[in-house]
Design a protein around this ligand. Structure first.
Ligand SMILES: [Zn+2]
Length: 92
């Protein structure tokens, strides 16, 4: 289970892409914006993950299940749908 926020995306990209783009190592991973990281990578505008329940993009998603790969059972759920799931599980 992991959070898929802007800050987590920054951490992940700096960890995974510094080998290919050494300038990433010069950034302060606690303060640099995801937009700045994407600009440095020349990737255009960052897009949030899409929720597997409602299909809306959100920077406050949680990844549940296995780490994603071609055959994984993974669900990415936004905070709004997590709230609904919580109500379903804990409601009367
Ligand atoms: Zn959702």
């Amino acid at each position: 289970m992991k959070l898929l926020s802007k800050r987590e995306r920054v951490y992940e990209l700096i960890e995974q892409r510094t080998f290919y783009t050494p300038k990433l190592a010069e950034l302060d991973r606690e303060t640099v914006s995801v937009e700045e990281v994407y600009k440095l990578l020349d990737w255009g505008d960052p897009k949030p993950e899409a929720c597997d329940e409602c299909n809306k993009g959100s920077w406050r998603c949680v990844q549940l299940g296995q780490d994603p790969d071609w055959e994984s059972s993974t669900a990415i759920i936004c905070e709004e749908c997590l709230g609904k799931a919580f109500d379903l599980a804990w409601g009367d």
